[in-house]
Structure formats: structure tokens, C-alpha cells
Design a protein around this ligand. Sequence first.
Ligand code: GUN
Length: 285
Amino acid sequence: MAQILSGLAVAADVKERVRKAVEELKRQGVTPCLATVLVGDDPASATYVNSKQKTAKELGIATRDHRLKASFTQQELLDLVQLLNSDPEVHGILVQLPLPKHIDEFAITSSISPLKDVDGLTPYSAGMLLNNMAHLKPCTPSGVMEILDFYKIDVAGMDAVIVNRSNLVGLPLALMLVEKNATVTVCHSRTKNLAEKLRNADLVVTAVGNRERFTLTADMVKKGAIVIDVGTSRHAGKLAGDVDFDAVKEKASWITPVPGGVGPMTIAMLMKNTVSAASISRVMQ
Ligand code: GUN
């Protein structure tokens, strides 16, 4: 029976450290400030942005909250990002993804100042991550690494399988795990023999978010494997991950629940990045 990797507990620990860092920065005359930008009215995205705003406020972080109509143009969004880039009171900029189809996401994320890139999505941050020098790393994969670190799980030498190849989760996580000396396989919709690859893995991280397309079942998991579930979707009327939790927990050694696993970590790491960005701004003044 697996032990639970409680993202809630780890997030509480990270947030407590962030709260103290915010107090210290305020004593030095800097109030960390996070600007969030939401285009359109996707309810899931609105929920995420609401949680980010709420958590920031709880930790003493100032916020800006830009909610724009779905018809907002790419140029208008680029202009807003430029405004936030040049506003000395704003330390972190988060443009919630996905953006409406008429907007080129890369054009927007790459226009964010690397100093304010609290999502770690700019080409600069990605390049720094590749060189193991990143100051601001994507929040969800760094949340996964923080959970492993908190529970003292050393991934060196492990065979890790990631089911996701996005620049938000799978690709940066692959770099972070390789940096910690894991051997990483990145899987996706065209992967052959996925179940077999999963059965050989010591560490599985799955981030599909669509239970109809993919469910990680117990027969795909090696006995004693570590299972981290980044997926979130509605399944049977409830929030669910990618993993058939009740069955897989009988085989795994460690497992994250959904909710209360990686989800809270994404927000906690965003807060941590905001404080890091505010600290850099102090040095740059
Ligand atoms: N959409 C889903 N996850 C994220 C995230 O971590 N950052 C942004 N900007 N958008 C997202």
C-alpha cells in the first residue's frame, strides 16, 4: 500500500517560507507584486487565476488582475505585456494559458520580460533551464521536484517515464529529472507500447488530463513504483487525475492524490517565483 505524497503539506511548507520572504522584502521597502492576465471566459482558467490571486493575497503579495474579453487582439495583449514589463511595481507576469485561437501563444510568452517570467516560459528561461542555471522555472514541474525533495526521494539512477511533452510540464520536468540523474523517457500520443514503458518505470509522472483518452491503471505500474499524477479532469462528476488511484495505490510505493497532490504545488511555486523575481528587482535597482 503506497504512502501518500501530500502536495497540500509541501505547498503549506513552501507558502510559509514565501510568507516570511515577503515580510523581509517589505521591511526592505519592496512589496512583491504579481500581475495575472486572463483572456476570455474559460471557467477552468478563471478558477486557476482566482486561486492564484487569492493565494498571493493570503501571503501578502500585491496583485494586479487583468481580465480581458475573448475578442482582445494579439496586439492589444502585446501592448499590455509591455506596459507590465515596464511597470517597476510589477515583479511577476502570468498570462494564463491556453489563449484564444486567434492569439499566438509563443508571441505573447516570449514578449514577457525574463526578469518577470514567473511561469518560466520565455525562451530565455527555457535556455537557462537547459543550462541548469534557471532562476525562474516552470511552476508545475518545479512543484513535482519540490514534492520529491520534501519526501527525500532521490531519483538518481531511476528510470522515469513522463506522459506529457508540453513546454509547461513534460519537457522542463524531463530536464529537471535528468539534472538529478534520472533516466527519462518522454511519452506522448504517438508513443508505441506505452503500457510496457510504464511497467518498466521506477517513477511515473502523468499529465494528460483526459480520463477518456488515458487512464493509468494498476496493470501499467511496476510494484513499488512512485506515481505522480499531474492530470486534472472531471470524471464521474468529480475532479480526477489520470490515475486509477484506488487500484494503483495498492502497487505503488508513493503516490500523489488528486486533489491535494501536484495542484496546490503549482500555485505555491508561482508564489515562490514571484518572491524570487521581486528579490532580483531589488538587486537590479
Ligand atoms: N495553464 C495551465 N497551467 C498553467 C500554468 O502553469 N501557467 C499558465 N500561464 N497557464 C497555465
